[in-house]
Every structure is written in structure tokens, then in C-alpha cells.
Design a protein around this ligand. Structure first.
Ligand SMILES: Cc1cc2nc3c(=O)[nH]c(=O)nc-3n(C[C@H](O)[C@H](O)[C@H](O)COP(=O)(O)OP(=O)(O)OC[C@H]3O[C@@H](n4cnc5c(N)ncnc54)[C@H](O)[C@@H]3O)c2cc1C
Length: 294
């Protein structure tokens, strides 16, 4: 376990200070020991994957961070006369690597992951997806650690899939260490066609900029980006944080933003939508550390 570990390079916004303690377990057993060690301290426990959906506060951050990057194994389980193949993968596996492997092996089902950064664990925890497609129906089981630092197995029946919501009971599960995904053997031309379709939906997003994807969830039947756009949010700036000119639901760090700049800009956008449209936008991004409005 390390002390005062900087988190700035561990999130896609490239902001934030140092956390009080940091651990990076490589196995489920080590993860359970990391949780046990974190729970002994008077600090909150935070699990960090690829940091592509989280705003890390400027710090110092009074938290124990468990980083999943070393939980990165992938196993393929084939059976001769079966249409499905199971992949068991660690929570820290990058979704980019996972998608590349499934394309290579001719396995369909994960094409929706194209263009989504981060890890398998983070994608599962936030039920990441695109155009209504996601992990629902593909996850057979998962392994994790509970809040008593015991390793646990989560059967398919324990997952509840709702739009961008954690599919497992957060009061019971402290972190996911791995999962088993069942994928169909699929003609490669069909996989490529699907990948192309999902990639096409990313047009208009500020790719290559420092962002954390969509800041707000889409309210039922509405587009958060459109609501923000109609309020004139595009181009609004606080310090080094700016609302993307190409997609109003993305906030960019244009070089020297502090985490507080980003937070204040998010809150300002939220207030504007509430005032103009009467819609209280819900955050899609998660928060690590303390954010107090001043
Ligand atoms: C350019 C860009 C495009 C994006 N496009 C999309 C998109 O199309 N669809 C979409 O859904 N998202 C999108 N995102 C958001 C983000 O990439 C996803 O939410 C991603 O799945 C988050 O994974 P992560 O590993 O980075 O998680 P983090 O950001 O590290 O964590 C996110 C949350 O998951 C928790 N967590 C992470 N790993 C674990 C674990 N193993 N166990 C328990 N909890 C865990 C964290 O505590 C945190 O609450 C985009 C982001 C960017 C920057």
C-alpha cells in the first residue's frame, strides 16, 4: 500500500490530487486483502478503473483508492459443438483490448464497446453502453469482494440492468474483480458492420480531448446534450474547463483545468437546464473526493 499517491495521470480528465492510500492488487485474494486494509483505516474506500467516468477532486483526498489495473487476465473457454464461447476476464482489462480480442476470435456481442475507454470493471459497474445495447444477457457471473473483505461470487440472477446504473447491490459489493461473459460465434463481416454502426454514433463527440464522456445521463425520452445545447452551454468556460463546442454534454480540460473548475462548470450547466427546462439532470460521472460549492 502506498501513501499520498497522485491520481492526476489515472483519469481521462487529467485532474485531481493525491489520495491518502493507494493499492493495486493483482488477484482476487490480494483485492480482498486490499479491502481489509482499507477498511481498517478511517477513510472511505474508492475503486478506480480507467478513470474515464470520474471527476477526481483537487485534493488532498481523504480516501483509500484500490486501482484495478493489475486485475488484467483474459481466458477463453471453447467447447467443440457450442455456438457460444465464454470469456473470463479481470476487472482491470481494458475494454479496447477485450473488444479487439473478440473481433479477432469472431465473437459477437461486445461491438457496442467501440470508442468507450476504461476497464471492464468500470464498464460493468456503470452499465456502460450505446444505443440501448450493453452487457445485459452477456454476463454469466462475476467475482468480487464484499464490504467484509470476503471474496464473493455473483450469479447472473444478482444483476439488475438499468440505464447507466450499477447492476449489483452496492451495499453488498465493494468491488468486482472479474467476470464471465458469454459471446456468440458470429461472422466477422457482421461484427465489423456492427462496430462501424456504433463507431458512427460517436461522430460529433470531442474525441482526442481530455473528457470523461457524457457528464449527465439522458433524462427519460430526452437528450441531455440537446437540453444543454438549447441553454447555450456550448463554449461556456470556467478556468481551464470548457463545454465542448461539438457536444454540449462533454466538458473538456483544455490544458490547465482544476477539478474545481470542471465541477463548477458542471453545476452551472445543471442549474441552467433546471431554470430553462425545469429538468434536474442526473450526473452520469462519478465523484472521488470532496466537492463543496463555495
Ligand atoms: C471519450 C469518451 C467516450 C465515452 N463513451 C461512452 C459511451 O459511449 N457509453 C458509456 O456508457 N460510457 C462512455 N464513456 C464513459 C466511460 O468511459 C465509461 O463509463 C467506462 O465504462 C468507465 O470505465 P472506467 O474503467 O474508466 O471506470 P472509472 O471511471 O475508473 O470508474 C467509474 C465508476 O466505476 C467504479 N468502478 C470501476 N471499476 C470498478 C470495479 N472493478 N469494481 C467496482 N467498482 C468499479 C468506480 O468506483 C466509479 O464509481 C466515455 C468516456 C469517454 C472519455
Amino acid at each position: 500500500m502506498q501513501r499520498d499517491h497522485p491520481l492526476k495521470d489515472l483519469n481521462t480528465w487529467g485532474v485531481g490530487g493525491a489520495c491518502r492510500t493507494y493499492d493495486s492488487p493483482g488477484t482476487a485474494q490480494e483485492a480482498s486483502e486490499s479491502v481489509a486494509a482499507a477498511l481498517k483505516q478511517d477513510l472511505s474506500l474508492y475503486v478506480l478503473g480507467g478513470g474515464s467516468n470520474v471527476l477526481v477532486s483537487d485534493g488532498p483526498i481523504k480516501a483509500s483508492v484500490i486501482h484495478t489495473e493489475k486485475l488484467n487476465f483474459i481466458k477463453l473457454r471453447r467447447s467443440d459443438n457450442c455456438e457460444n464461447i465464454e470469456i473470463e476476464a479481470g476487472a482491470g482489462v481494458s475494454v479496447k483490448k477485450l473488444l479487439a480480442l473478440t473481433i479477432e476470435e469472431g465473437l459477437g456481442g461486445l461491438e457496442f464497446l467501440i470508442g468507450i475507454p476504461g476497464t471492464l470493471g468500470g464498464a460493468l459497474w456503470g452499465n456502460a453502453g450505446a444505443d440501448g445495447c450493453g452487457f445485459k444477457g452477456l454476463i454469466k457471473e462475476a467475482s468480487g469482494v464484499d464490504w467484509n473483505a470476503r471474496t464473493i461470487r455473483l450469479g447472473e440472477d444478482l444483476f439488475e440492468w438499468k440505464y447507466r446504473s450499477c447492476p449489483v447491490d452496492e451495499k453488498k459489493v465493494a468491488l468486482i474483480t472479474s467476470c464471465v461473459i458469454s459471446l456468440k460465434i458470429t461472422p466477422k463481416d457482421l461484427i465489423f458492420k456492427n462496430v462501424k454502426r456504433f463507431a458512427g454514433m460517436k461522430k460529433g463527440q470531442p474525441l482526442g480531448k481530455k473528457t470523461a464522456g457524457c457528464v449527465f445521463k439522458n433524462p427519460p425520452g430526452m437528450s441531455a446534450g440537446r437540453l444543454l445545447d438549447e441553454c447555450g452551454c456550448k463554449g461556456m468556460r470556467i478556468g481551464g474547463a470548457v463545454v465542448s463546442a461539438s457536444h454540449a454534454n462533454f466538458i473538456e480540460n483544455d490544458g490547465d483545468a482544476s477539478s474545481l473548475d470542471i465541477y463548477k462548470l458542471c453545476e452551472l450547466c445543471r442549474e441552467m437546464v433546471l431554470k430553462l427546462h425545469g429538468v434536474d439532470l442526473e450526473y452520469e460521472i462519478k465523484f472521488l473526493g470532496n466537492f463543496k460549492k463555495d
